[in-house]
Ligand binder design. Structure first.
Ligand code: ZN
Length: 243
């Protein structure tokens, strides 16, 4: 999820779209509050229309008593919604210490300069990976599962699921912290894949999480990449990539 620093209401509307991309490392809370503020503007606009005698039947049903965090929380607590979809990105994991991809100086892309990538995103493109898997494994080392702990946001999503309120968590993150927090796989869509499992690009053999995470087994995925080796499939010698 893109996020940015708190700004005053005045500057927010003109700057929101431009700064959203740059400032991914800031807390998700500020970003959520902006979304809520925008919704508030929308409802105010609706009220103005109503004052100008717009047909009552066109007015959308107001679901929240108040467009604030409290309003959202009360709506959930009243049992009026039980199919919550949570969409998450880098912002929920930066507090766990995971470097995001774009922050200058600390972002993962900065660690890839030595590889002269055609563009930073090439590290996640399959054709580039097949020609040179090393930049991807450099990123993988940074994100080794077990090195980081979930944040309160990850546990909040798990709590929604425990209470039967979560329909699905869609995440851009590949750090598996949703699973570490205890969210079951059937409640989770990892849009960019994750390090939970891995697959051989040649024979398609799937490798389980324990194999991926193994530092002891000489064939374990992370055992190999921490030794700066490319992990190869024991069955066919193809390159193994997290899925
Ligand atoms: Zn294979």
């Amino acid at each position: 999820m893109a996020s940015k620093k708190d700004t005053s209401q005045d500057e927010e509307s003109s700057e929101a779209s431009g700064r959203k991309e740059e400032d991914e490392s800031d807390g998700a809370v500020g970003y959520l509050q902006q979304v809520l503020d925008k919704l508030k503007l929308f409802t105010e606009t609706a009220s103005e229309k109503e004052a100008a005698s717009v047909d009552e039947t066109e007015k959308p049903e107001q679901l929240l008593e108040d467009v604030t965090f409290e309003g959202v929380a009360n709506y959930i607590k009243n049992g009026k919604c039980s199919k919550i979809i949570v969409m998450t990105g880098a912002g929920i994991s930066t507090a766990a210490g995971i470097p995001d991809f774009r922050s200058a100086g600390t972002g993962l892309y900065d660690n890839l300069e030595k590889y002269n990538l055609p563009n930073p995103q090439a590290v996640f493109e399959i054709n580039f990976f097949k020609s040179n898997p090393n930049p991807f494994y450099t990123v993988a080392k940074e994100l080794y599962p077990g090195k980081f702990l979930p944040t309160i946001t990850h546990y909040f999503i798990r709590m929604l699921n425990d209470k039967g309120l979560l329909l699905r968590n869609y995440t851009q993150n590949i750090d598996t912290l949703e699973r570490v927090a205890g969210l079951p796989g059937n409640a989770l869509i990892e849009a960019h894949g994750s390090f939970h499992t891995a697959r051989c690009l040649d024979c398609g053999k799937e490798y389980p999480h324990e194999w991926v995470k193994s530092m002891k087994n000489w064939l374990g995925f992370f055992h190999e990449i921490f030794a700066d080796k490319v992990p190869y499939c024991p069955e066919c010698n193809g390159i193994v990539k997290p899925g």
